[in-house]
Design a protein around this ligand. Structure first.
Ligand code: FES
Length: 107
């Protein structure tokens, strides 16, 4: 199911914006080429919002580092890249319609 979670002008200086899709907290990242990607806004290590961490763009993608204990995730796939995370976070597809941001949450 697709949910509207925000608008382009809500993306902050770090390149992130957050919203809620159904009951899922989502963080959207804007990559260097303007593409948008989204992850569930919850670290897989503990109940901490990834959007409070540090987003770094790298090449065509990027990483988000959890501020709590330093776990890193690939913002495109949600793959966990280092300890203490041992599982990935969910990645969602994003669609832009004008300046409106839509995220698809699988049923
Ligand atoms: S809660 Fe994110 S690394 Fe521990």
């Amino acid at each position: 199911v697709e949910y509207e979670i925000g608008r382009l002008d809500q993306i902050d200086n770090q390149g992130m914006c957050t919203g809620t899709a159904d009951s899922v907290e989502v963080v959207v990242f804007r990559l260097d080429d303007g593409r948008l990607v989204a992850l569930e806004d919850r670290c897989s290590h503990a109940d901490i919002k990834l959007s409070e961490g540090t987003f770094e763009r790298e090449g065509a993608g990027g990483t988000i580092e959890c501020f709590a204990h330093g776990a890193k995730f690939d913002v495109c796939s949600g793959r966990h890249l280092c300890m203490p995370a041992v599982t990935p976070v969910k990645a969602f597809s994003v669609r832009l319609d004008g300046d409106r941001i839509f995220v698809t949450i699988p049923e």
